[in-house]
Design a binder for this molecule. Structure first.
Ligand SMILES: *Cc1c(COP(=O)(O)O)cnc(C)c1O
Length: 217
């Protein structure tokens, strides 16, 4: 689907929800995609991208940055503490702050580096054992803990279980964000970004709908 088709769908979903599309950031998830497809989107003027692996991001984005101005990179995959520094050097936002140890590491590194990317706390809304993220019942305490470390927490992020109605998870995430006074909501992917927008998403993470299916080797 072309970028303009996605934008048109975003605009319609925003209008239906009485919102402005300008308040919704489209993160083009470029993980695994061939560089030609990413370059095509850059040539079309898009600048906000998402990657889920630090290693992969480090392998391709410095080169794109040398050719295109104003690139904003969002890390949307699980982050090991030993890769936190590299992630913070590469990304303008990290959507997967999910545990106290990582929060403490990022806080220490941001003192050291004098800056910190925007942070989203991942909430495991489906309470799935294989998924990272704070459990809904622990989210308030973890948000408070991250704030006490002076971390720039902008909002919350979730990845709904594949076999459940995503809007229930979007609504839960929105509720936790609201009671904690957080404005950012990173939710919605290729298959469900319109319902995420209806429920208040400020950042949607769209991969295959923009780039086509990912081909894993
Ligand atoms: C891959 C990925 C996406 C994009 O998924 P699509 O279904 O291709 O849009 C969004 N969020 C996260 C966390 C991802 O890992």
């Amino acid at each position: 689907m072309s970028l303009s088709e996605i934008t048109a769908r975003m605009t319609k979903a925003a209008e239906n929800a009485g919102r402005s599309v300008d308040d919704i950031c489209l993160i083009a998830v470029s993980k695994v995609q061939p560089n030609e497809r990413v370059a095509a989107l850059l040539d079309a003027g898009h600048r906000i991208f998402g990657e889920n692996k630090v290693q992969e991001a480090a392998g391709k984005w410095p080169d794109f940055r040398s050719k295109y101005d104003g690139i904003e990179l969002h890390l949307i995959g699980p982050l090991q503490t030993n890769k936190a520094r590299q992630a913070m050097e590469l990304a303008q936002a990290i959507h997967t702050l999910d545990r106290p140890k990582l929060a403490k590491t990022i806080a220490r590194l941001s003192q050291d580096m004098g800056s910190c990317p925007d942070l989203f706390i991942q909430v495991n809304t489906g309470e799935e054992p294989q998924k990272s993220g704070a459990l809904p019942a622990e989210a308030d305490a973890f948000i408070a803990e991250a704030r006490a470390l002076d971390l720039p927490v902008q909002g919350l992020m979730c990845i709904p279980p594949v076999d459940e109605e995503p809007s229930l998870h979007f609504a839960l995430l929105a509720k936790i964000a609201e009671r904690n006074g957080l404005a950012g909501l990173s939710m919605g992917m290729s298959g469900d970004f319109e319902s995420a927008i209806a429920l208040g998403a400020t950042h949607i993470r769209v991969g295959s709908a923009i780039f086509g299916a990912r081909v894993y080797e």
